[in-house]
Design a protein around this ligand. Structure first.
Ligand code: COS
Length: 384
């Protein structure tokens, strides 16, 4: 399909593909097995400026937007979704700063993020606040010299590895979620430590860790925007980042589709390649159609984010829901086409299926996102 990509889009996509094929493919099974953070690959992404693709040129980035970010995420995910999410979580950790940060904050942090000198993470989720994001309990209380943070964040991607954390905490507990604010916390700030490192089904090279805050004092200037603006900021951040999860799902599904086609062409049964059986070739045809439909939706959602549209909740949610369901279906069918060997770790498709599952869960479960879409439908005055 022709997506009419710009020169910048074609070039970042190609660079990401080269890194994926030369640097990720040879080590993905080992990274998965050892559950090691892919620092060498993050370094490659920094050297090629891909880490700062969405950051404006004045702060050292490439000046791209959501679509460029999605193209890179998709290419990395085609090789390894665990590497792709480590890359994508860095953007999640810096989007709020980019959109709402003061000029001083941007000058201070963005050049190092764009250059890959500092990695970021975003922390919203807590034990009591998953789908119900408004149930956070972490507090940031005004104190001499800034805010005193107390609480524990759970399941934080890039946790322990990142240098800068964008966290959401209650600056006014009385007001509940309307008293939430977004703050930047740097690694090594006294009172900020890392708890349990999770052992996961998939995306095992990525780091998923608890963040523990015990009387952690951050300076007043670390608040992003105004006190009480935290929740709407986070909702908008998630609207902006969900096409990225869609792109991760599309990359995963594309990788599984390619592996299944290659295998079906070379695997002989009953004296012929299994792709010559209609039962198999129609499965592949459905997989290819699903992947292309998901890609078209993800790119359109990303272009809507980049268009400057005021609201893009529905399109972003649709892209994430549809693409992640496709990724789960296509990776599962890829194993089916491989048959018995697909279930073994010698081939990459079992890892792809394990990796795909999380795309239906994180950054809003597909159940919550169907609520977001339905709520958009309820609010719509007319269909264009
Ligand atoms: N953009 C901007 N503001 C938004 C918004 C959006 N997309 N969605 C909601 N808001 C605002 C609302 O306007 C409302 O503001 P006011 O207080 O001024 O009225 C406020 O946020 C609360 O909105 P709402 O009442 O709809 O929030 P709910 O508590 O019902 O939660 C859901 C809404 C379920 C959609 C939200 O909790 C959610 O997205 N959950 C999933 C969380 C998630 O994705 N977690 C994964 C994190 S991985 S990093």
């Amino acid at each position: 399909m022709e997506y009419c990509l710009t020169e910048l889009q074609k070039s970042v996509k190609q660079m990401a593909r080269t890194i994926a094929e030369e640097k990720i493919l040879p080590v993905r099974a080992e990274l998965d097995e050892k559950e090691e953070f892919p620092w060498a690959i993050i370094k490659n992404l920094a050297e090629t400026d891909l880490l700062g693709v969405y950051i404006p040129e004045e702060y050292g980035g490439l000046g791209g937007g959501c679509l460029e970010f999605c193209l890179i995420t998709e290419e990395l995910s085609r090789a390894c979704a665990g590497v792709a999410v480590s890359y994508a979580a860095n953007a999640l950790g810096s989007f709020t700063l980019l959109e709402y940060g003061s000029e001083e904050q941007k000058q201070k942090y963005l050049p190092d993020i764009a250059g890959g000198k500092k990695l970021t993470a975003f922390a919203l989720t807590e034990e009591t606040a998953g789908s119900d994001a408004s149930a956070i309990k972490t507090t940031a209380t005004r104190a001499d010299g800034g805010y005193l943070i107390n609480g524990t964040k759970q399941f934080i991607t890039n946790g322990g590895e990142a240098d800068i954390y964008t966290i959401v905490a209650l600056t006014d507990r009385e007001k509940g979620i309307r008293g939430a604010s977004t703050l930047l916390v740097e690694k090594n700030t006294p009172g900020f430590t890392f708890g349990r490192k999770e052992k996961k089904l998939g995306i095992r090279t990525s780091a998923t860790r608890e963040l523990v805050f015990e009387d952690c004092l951050v300076p007043e200037e670390n608040i992003i925007g105004r006190e009480g603006m935290g929740f709407p900021m986070v909702m908008r951040l998630l609207d902006r980042s969900r096409p990225g999860i869609g792109a991760q799902a599309v990359g995963l599904a594309q990788g599984a589709l390619e592996a299944a086609v290659d295998y079906a062409k070379q695997r002989n049964q009953f004296d012929q390649p299994v792709i010559s059986f209609q039962a198999v070739s129609h499965m592949l045809a459905n997989m290819a159609t699903d992947v292309e439909a998901a890609r078209a939706l993800v790119y359109t959602a990303a272009r809507t984010v980049d268009s400057g549209a005021k609201s893009f909740s529905m399109g972003s949610a649709m892209a994430k829901v549809f693409a992640s369901d496709v990724a789960m279906r296509v990776t599962t069918d890829a194993i089916q086409i491989f048959g018995g060997v697909g279930y073994m770790r010698d081939y990459p498709v079992e890892k792809m299926m394990r990796d795909a599952k999380i795309t239906q869960i994180y950054e809003g479960t597909n159940q919550i996102l169907r609520d977001v879409i339905a709520s958009g439908l309820r609010k719509k005055k007319a269909f264009e």
